[in-house]
Design a protein around this ligand. Structure first.
Ligand code: ADP
Ligand code: UVW
Ligand code: MG
Length: 398
């Protein structure tokens, strides 16, 4: 069975084609800059080489079209005919309280995702466009949606409710949902396999630190708390998102800057975080090298960034009555040696003892704490796409 996994962002489409007989990846790549000038696709070839092709993609339909065109390419493609694809699995960020499990797509699922666009303004609209583009091209092929918030649906009410009048929760479903759940689910399970431990006995803090970033508390296999909220804006500081901020600062700034609600949301989502503090970039590689060259704003941004993650680790150790494992994953978590070391420093009182030498790894499974550390700290590269492919297959085989 061949399953295509799509992660359609607002201006990008990441994809992986799996042969589920042996979980092998037949093709992988990503389209960037949809709707902008100089759009392109980057393809990872089976030998690991990368290929970049410029191609005009005014909208998601053309983006999806071009992904299929590349999959079919006689020279570097992976399939001979679209009929080889048995199903398509999508990452959907916001399922609200409509979707707490993966589902097969039909009209009501599409309508549901559309109704939730306001609650993940940067993400859901792109997912929907991708879904519809696939439907136009291959209407007979089943599609499955896997939701980022699903893994967090086990949070208790006292953790997910906001302290606003209860009727607002009942009427508008305003509560914390949490995101990156497919990743938190994967790394919490995988780290236990890696360490040979039973997940039902472990208190795990998972740090998914990418461009979007979130921290979760996973107690005995279930998520009990997570740092993102109603939307993926809350929690730790991110590439261009503010993370936690006093709501009064938001209303104060709206008045001062004369911004409407949507403009303010854009400001906090796209112009804040590391980008807002440094004025240079939201890309942590650039910020890290600017800091190394002595740029004070870049140094400040890194301190703020690492400090906020440390505070969440402390909070979640308290929430679970202790912590056995800390996991680092996603672009920054898998690669940024300094962030891992800084955020875990000063946590010796919790039993965290980092091994600076072992920590010098990038993008591979590793233990990065000392052998005598009471808390085991690990790097586990995430694999959201494989989880989505597995969920897709499981639903279709039901
Ligand atoms: N080698 C690296 N060193 C430091 N940061 C890295 C490295 N590789 C990727 N990153 C950072 O990871 C982030 C992107 O993470 P990713 O998980 O791909 O995010 P998203 O899925 O939200 O787009 C970027 O800020 C990027 O700079
Ligand atoms: C939910 C979220 O923040 O996703 P991403 O990291 O892909 O932006
Ligand atoms: Mg991601």
């Amino acid at each position: 069975m061949k399953i295509l996994v799509l992660n359609c962002g607002s201006s990008s489409i990441k994809y992986k084609l799996y042969n589920m007989d042996d979980n092998s990846v037949l093709a992988a790549g990503g389209v960037e800059r949809i709707g902008l000038d100089e759009a392109f696709i980057k393809i990872t070839l089976p030998n690991g080489e990368k290929k970049k092709i410029m191609h005009d993609m005014p909208d998601h339909k053309e983006g999806v079209n071009f992904v299929f065109q590349c999959l079919l390419d006689p020279e570097f493609g992976a399939i001979k005919s679209l009929s080889e694809i048995d199903a398509v699995g999508h990452r959907i960020v916001q399922g609200g309280d409509l979707f707490e499990k993966s589902v097969i797509v039909d009209k009501s699922v599409e309508d549901g995702i559309e109704s939730l666009c306001d609650l993940a303004p940067v993400h859901n609209a792109g997912h929907l466009k991708g879904l519809r583009a696939v439907d136009k091209l291959m209407p007979q092929v089943p599609q499955v949606c896997v939701f980022d918030n699903a893994f967090h649906s086990t949070m208790p009410d006292y953790a997910y409710l906001y302290a606003v009048p209860y009727e607002l929760y009942e009427k508008y479903h305003v509560r914390r949902y949490g995101f990156h759940g497919t990743s938190h689910r994967y790394v919490s399970q995988r780290v236990c396999e890696f360490l040979g431990r039973d997940i039902k006995t472990q208190r795990i803090i998972t740090c998914h630190i990418g461009n979007g970033a979130s921290v979760s508390a996973v107690k005995f296999g279930k998520c009990v708390d997570t740092s993102m909220g109603l939307t993926p804006l809350a929690g730790v500081m991110m590439g261009s998102r503010s993370g936690d901020i006093d709501p009064s600062a938001v209303t104060f700034l709206m008045e001062k800057l004369g911004k409407k609600p949507q403009e303010m949301a854009d400001f906090l989502n796209k112009e804040s975080g590391v980008l807002g503090i440094t004025g240079i970039s939201s890309d942590m590689r650039e910020v890290e090298s600017a800091a190394a060259e002595g740029n004070e704003r870049a140094q400040l941004a890194l301190k703020m960034y690492n400090y906020r993650i440390k505070k969440y680790i402390g909070a979640y150790a308290a929430a679970m009555g202790g912590v056995d494992i800390i996991v680092w994953t996603a672009g920054v978590g898998e690669n940024q040696v300094g962030t891992r070391l800084e955020a875990c420093s000063g946590l010796e009182f919790l039993g965290v003892e980092m091994d600076a030498e072992a920590n010098k790894v990038r993008g591979e499974e590793a233990i990065i704490s000392k052998p005598e550390s009471k808390v085991t700290v690990c790097v586990i590269p995430t694999d959201e796409e494989l989880m989505i492919a597995k969920d897709t297959m499981a639903l279709l085989q039901k």
